[in-house]
Design a protein. Structure first.
Length: 359
């Protein structure tokens, strides 16, 4: 069985589900955001074993039957509306997360991209940048800091072409309004307000000239690269996430074989089976690493560059589902074989003892 953990409005899941159905897979789609308000989860231990049952409200699942988990974009646990006191809600959420983390650890499944703790570590830009550099990726000079004294030297080293980016999430809320922080090209006006830097760490990098930007999707050992040419867009040329589709060109891109292998190696070295890697191809033909997102968007890569990412994800999930079943069958076969060998050994020993008794 395949378990998909994601928001019920996730368009990416909608792209993959028909492919899984065509492959005859058993699939359950559940959002942990429904737990504990609407979902029920029990982990019971007795007699040296355990059982774990998830009641989604629509069906009851024995999690020992789950062989592949796609941890796509799940919401955080949420208690029911009757739990109104903020500290009580925080406590209830913490209890729910603790139970979920333990249950997922015991599930005999393979994960795309990984369990939560592995994904959280891989998402850290400092960690994955260090790993990319160690594997030979070309990495721009980068400063992670909240020290105002670092800004002017970084600006001067970059010859005045310096950008600032968020270290973690680029989405935030102020006075009830949602905001998103995009890549910012700095100028001298920013230098005069550098004291503000001490309140929130940022990433500082020289502006890397672009022929095109690349979103590289790794699914297991399969690699799909889409080039994003935003040079014609005033709003998206510095950050393609502005999605100016009328002026931005998307196309499939062929990576050099060595770089393709490096993308697979980087993803696996971080404990991931999926990764969305952002690169820049410079006018000089050099590939520069920016970051890897363990659960980054891929729908636009499929829809605008014509790359079959959803098919690859479906293939991976079905193969993982069947691989665990085969491993279990092999374990049973080995156990049965060992038992037969022991029985044969005992029988041979009994015959030898019987012969010794007659002689």
């Amino acid at each position: 069985m395949i378990l998909i953990l994601s928001d019920r409005r996730d368009d990416a899941v909608e792209l993959v589900l028909p492919k899984l159905e065509r492959r005859g897979a058993r699939v359950t789609w559940w959002d942990p955001g429904d737990f504990p308000a609407r979902g029920r989860l029990t982990a019971a231990f007795a007699g040296g074993g355990h059982r774990i049952v998830l009641d989604t409200g629509a069906e009851r699942l024995d999690l020992s039957e789950v062989r592949a988990v796609w941890r796509r974009r799940p919401n955080a646990p949420a208690p029911g509306e009757s739990v109104t006191e903020p500290s009580h809600r925080r406590h209830a959420i913490w209890q729910a997360e603790f139970l979920l983390d333990g249950v997922w650890e015991l599930a005999p499944a393979r994960w795309l991209p990984s369990r939560r703790d592995v994904e959280r570590r891989a998402h850290n830009k400092i960690i994955h940048m260090a790993q990319a550099a160690a594997l030979g990726f070309r990495v721009p000079e980068t400063v992670y800091t909240n020290d105002p004294a670092e800004l002017v030297p970084a600006y001067e080293r970059a010859g005045g072409d310096l950008i600032a980016k968020q270290i973690n999430s680029d989405e935030f809320t102020v006075d009830g309004a949602d905001h998103r922080a995009y890549t910012t090209v700095l100028n001298r006006r920013h230098l005069t307000s550098r004291h503000r830097l001490q309140h929130e760490p940022v990433i500082l990098q020289p502006y890397v000239p672009k022929a095109v930007e690349l979103r590289v999707i790794v699914v297991g050992e399969r690699v799909f690269a889409a080039e994003i040419d935003a040079r014609a867009s005033r709003t998206a040329r510095d950050d393609w996430r502005h999605y100016d589709d009328d002026r931005v060109r998307y196309a499939a891109h062929r990576l050099p074989d060595a770089l393709e292998r490096a993308c697979v190696e980087l993803t696996a070295s971080l404990g991931l089976t999926y990764g969305a890697i952002d690169l820049i191809l410079t006018p000089d033909g050099e590939y520069t690493f920016l970051e890897i997102n363990p659960n980054g968007a891929w729908g636009f890569v499929e829809q605008r560059a014509g790359l079959p990412v959803s098919e690859a994800i479906a293939d991976w999930l079905v193969a993982a589902d069947r691989a665990v079943d085969r491993a279990a069958d092999n374990a049973v076969d080995r156990t049965a074989g060992d038992a037969l060998d022991r029985t044969a050994d005992h029988a041979a020993g009994d015959l030898a003892d019987e012969k010794d008794g007659r002689s």
